[in-house]
Design a protein around this ligand. Sequence first.
Ligand SMILES: [Zn+2]
Length: 322
Amino acid sequence: MKELASNTDSINASSRLDFSKFDSLISLMTYFKDNATCKDFLAEQRWGDDVVCPLCGRHHCRKRSDGRYRCPDCLTNFSVTQGTIFDNTKIPLQKWFVAMYMISAHKKGISSYQLGRDIGVSQKTAWFINQKIRLLYGQEVESLSGDVECDEAYIGGKEKNKHESKRTEGTQGRSLKTKEAVFGMAQRGGAIVAKHVSDTQGKTLSPIIRQLVKPGSRIFTDEYIGYKSLYDSEYTHSIVHHNSGEYVVGDASTNRVEGFWSQLKRMILGIYHFVSATHLQRYVDEAVFRYNTREQNESDRFRMMFGRSLNVVRYADVKAAA
Ligand SMILES: [Zn+2]
């Protein structure tokens, strides 16, 4: 559950530079007119006046005449993109920045076919860009409290849409034979957290709830047996009885988290068509980022993405996404 830890720091992080000027795609493209401007902007945002060696951490490194930097201690030459998602890329930075802007601006995401056409790269390259940018969406919610709606969703082929000969027995509803399970927790008036899970048994879901939802919170679930351990616990537990057609009793509903599921499913089915189990969490992260930043404007979302792109990315993560 490590990937769910830490705070909303980078979402709210102040930045050195003014991003409010990027209020449209055209203003972004006008500003980032060439690679040198993009690199200067990256350097300013990353270091300001104090260039730090990414290898040994030495401060006040100098810029060389060829645009790279040199550390006087460990004698390493490095570029402004070293350790970022733009490291070792042959794709011009302008295309990366436009892609980041477009991906975060599109409410339902953008397919690699569309992105490739829009920024003038092949579909394969666009898919790679999309996957790398998706690394920036890691969920950073520390904990949820107050009124929290919990629910599970099942992503995968709908059996009833398949030809009879291709159907698997007993795969509707909560069966996981052809589907992957995602568990979501939505704080009313706050953030959502969602996690690809191996199954939806109580012993899988309760530790996640206990890790992320503060004791004393009110938890809303449906009548699914997986939530039985909440009946007599540190939480106040309200059950929404879907089976008896009773969706909203007073304020006992799971409408918010269900609204998120429909967004997630629209994104996956409508834009990406197919998502493998291996990559599902990244797509869930993308939908969560959109949901949790739904009140923000395009330039704010771009600022957040930009800030995250400079965080040192482990090579293994980038490789795993490629
Ligand atoms: Zn150094």
